[in-house]
Design a protein around this ligand. Structure first.
Ligand SMILES: *Cc1c(COP(=O)(O)O)cnc(C)c1O
Length: 444
């Protein structure tokens, strides 16, 4: 009996490792265009694999609840200092384990259940963590906030300043003045009008948070916008989308917000804060300080070229009147060929990894998350691998072959594999190990 059971267990155990290896190989032969993803350096992977991941360090450096944190404290102080330097901020809390947890800490610190928050709707680029209770959005479902959407200009693909002022004035008259104004989003082509609205919103006593989950690496590189200078009180983010991190979260603000944020993060929202990932964030922040400017510039250049190329290939690219994008993202409306869900599945067969995307107008037209009009593309990861203009043009052509021409996905997949051969190392990082970007590391 016992022996048979063990062999079943070993089968499962072996299966896990063979799937992990297959995944690494697949991604080394694919074009990864998920805008929320990036590839960390071997240095970040090394930090994440350390014993820090097996420890607890509840609380703040120097005031921990457990012993054994001497080295952890030194790394965490370094991590906070790097984050503050990277974003020119007075205060950094590096403990949130994700962007969602960082946002929830802001809701907890600066609002009460039943308060109202102003945020972008999902088709206008908002994230589910800004969402309403009826959609199980974090803000509504977990913290009990009422959500009021910003008026959005779909032509310009950004928040409408004048209409927002009118809406807020009406809400104030109705006794529903929002407590928090949330900027930032997941479909995020152009900067949000933080500078244009900050003074007006603060006039109503609102706390302004900028969710930089997607554009954190661009902001770190001095591009896109500078929310903390434009009037945002606090900034939340994920550390792994355009930043170089392992998956994690970060909150920045001024000294005035320090105590409320610290309390919300611990004990409010974390016990372990995944200390190996904290060390990985520290390495990623050092890389961003050293290489972030060049990286951000190349990301935006690549995104613009990809947008222009897709438009020349015949696609309807959003934000055309503004040059398609100022970020790492491109959004396509593919409804005339199929829909976002079908395009995503076909492209995946060709090893081109994208995600379907709700875009402005979809909800009104009765479309849903499974079959929206759009797909979203991001160039953070392929830029980190060293791709430039001519690769962007080739990728646009490959996407056309699948989505517009309906070409056999197997033949496109061969071309994708060929294109990827040259791009197997992570760039924009300190010289060191030549471990491949998707090389599988065996420790067993
Ligand atoms: C991805 C994203 C988040 C969530 O970040 P996680 O790190 O995945 O929890 C929050 N806000 C926005 C705008 C995002 O795009």
């Amino acid at each position: 009996m016992a022996a048979k059971k063990t062999s079943e267990n070993k089968k499962s155990y072996n299966k896990i490792f063979s799937k992990l290896k297959e995944h690494h190989k697949w991604f080394s032969e694919s074009i990864p265009l998920i805008a929320s993803e990036n590839i960390p350096s071997p240095a970040v992977r090394e930090a994440v694999a350390t014993d820090f991941g097996n420890r607890y360090a509840e609380g703040w450096p120097g005031e921990r609840v457990y012993a054994g944190c001497l080295k952890i404290d030194e790394v965490e102080v370094e991590c906070m200092n790097l984050a503050k330097r990277l974003y020119d901020a007075e205060f950094a809390d590096v403990r949130p384990i994700s962007g969602v947890v960082a946002n929830l800490a802001i809701y907890s610190a600066f609002s009460d259940p039943g308060d109202t928050m102003l945020a972008p709707s999902i088709p206008a680029g908002g994230h589910i963590s800004h969402g309403k209770k009826e959609h199980a959005g974090t803000a509504g479902f977990v913290h009990g906030l009422d959500i009021m959407f910003y008026p959005f200009n779909a032509q310009e693909m950004t928040i409408d300043v004048d209409e927002t002022k009118k809406r807020v004035t009406k809400m104030a008259e109705a006794g529903k003045t929002p407590k928090i104004a949330m900027f930032g989003g997941s479909l995020f082509l152009f900067p949000h009008p933080v500078g244009e609205l900050a003074e007006f919103l603060k006039g109503y006593g609102m706390h302004i948070n900028y969710d930089a989950a997607h554009v954190a690496g661009l902001i770190a590189g001095g591009r896109f916008q500078d929310p903390l200078r434009e009037g945002a009180n606090t900034m939340t983010m994920s550390t792994h989308k355009t930043l170089f991190g392992p998956q994690g979260g970060l909150i920045l603000g001024s000294a005035a917000h320090e105590e409320s944020i610290k309390r919300a993060v611990f004990p409010g929202l974390t016990s372990s804060h995944h200390i190996n990932n904290m060390a990985g964030k520290a390495v990623a922040f050092a890389e961003a300080l050293e290489f972030g400017k060049k990286y951000a510039a190349q990301v935006i250049k690549n995104a613009k070229v990809l947008g222009e190329s897709l438009s020349s290939e015949g696609f309807k690219v959003l934000g055309e009147s503004r040059g398609f994008t100022e970020s790492h993202q491109i959004a396509l409306d593919v409804l005339q060929y199929s829909d976002g869900g079908v395009a995503e599945a076909e492209l995946e067969k060709a090893n081109i990894i994208v995600n379907r995307q709700l875009i402005p107008g979809d909800i009104k037209a009765g479309r849903n998350y499974f079959h929206p009009s759009g797909i979203r593309l991001g160039v953070s990861e392929i830029t980190r691998l060293g791709m430039k203009k001519s690769e962007m043009q080739e990728i646009a052509s490959l996407i056309r072959q699948v989505v517009i021409d309906g070409r056999d996905t197997g033949s496109v997949r061969s071309k994708v594999k060929e294109l990827r051969k040259e791009y197997q190392k992570v760039r924009f990082c300190f010289r060191g190990s030549q471990l491949g970007a998707y090389e599988y590391v065996k420790l067993r």
